[in-house]
Design a protein around this ligand. Structure first.
Ligand code: GTP
Ligand code: MG
Length: 199
């Protein structure tokens, strides 16, 4: 089984124009505020408090970079769609994420998180369209599935697959609480990294 050996915080970017801290392949984790991005990152690398998590939406305000196995960067993005944030702050986040996603060299891929209980939001749909435009390879992860029963999970999976026309292996059911889906996700991530390394 794929496992992470080392993970460490290596830097943050809070304004457009700043460069990532390392020149390494990057995989980003995106999704609306409070969907569970930081929690999923921590669970993926097996380090409880590496990325800061919070019950309060809007916890992660900068783009945070984590070096994994001295080989690639996992990137924790600030969440979008946080309705209570002031307008100018929301605008600034949008610009920051937009500039990050358009960077060169491009991201290897992105994991887009969708809350299993809520389904797709309008912001999610905008994000998906934006990523399609950029051609960024995207994996989808349903989060917090520990809060759903079996039929709820099935409904969430089918709903998302139908809405976005996803392939079977493009969607992973996850829980940062139980660890569900982490092995699968990590395998997809390391496969992308390995492929990039042979280029
Ligand atoms: P922002 O940084 O604000 O964009 O949020 P985020 O997407 O990083 O979410 P975060 O990881 O901080 O988690 C938000 C809340 O959801 C916290 O209270 C977490 O404990 C909870 N949470 C995250 N993942 C799970 C999960 O898999 N299961 C359950 N039950 N709760 C979760
Ligand atoms: Mg966060």
């Amino acid at each position: 089984m794929t496992r992470v050996r080392t993970a460490e915080f290596v830097g943050a970017v809070g304004a457009t124009g700043q460069k990532p801290p390392r020149d390494l392949p990057q995989i980003a984790i995106a999704g609306r505020s409070n969907v569970g991005k930081s929690s999923l990152l921590n669970r993926l690398v097996g380090r409880k408090n590496l990325a800061r998590t919070s019950k309060q939406p809007g916890r992660t305000r900068e783009i945070n970079f984590f070096l994994v196995d001295d080989r690639y960067l996992l990137v924790d993005l600030p969440g979008y769609g946080f309705a209570r944030a002031p307008k100018n702050v929301r605008k600034q986040w949008g610009r920051l994420i937009d500039a990050y996603l358009r960077q060169t060299p491009p991201l290897l891929g992105l994991v887009l998180l969708v809350d299993g209980r809520r389904g797709l939001t309008d912001d999610d749909r905008r994000m998906v369209e934006f990523l399609e435009g950029l051609g960024t390879p995207t994996l989808f992860a349903l989060t917090k599935t520990d809060k759903l029963n079996r039929s709820g999970r099935r409904r969430a999976v089918e709903g998302l697959r139908d809405a976005l026309g996803l392939d079977e292996d493009q969607l992973v059911e996850t829980s940062a609480q139980t660890g569900l889906g982490m092995g699968t996700l990590l395998e997809s991530i390391t496969a992308l990294v390995a492929e990039a390394e042979t280029r």
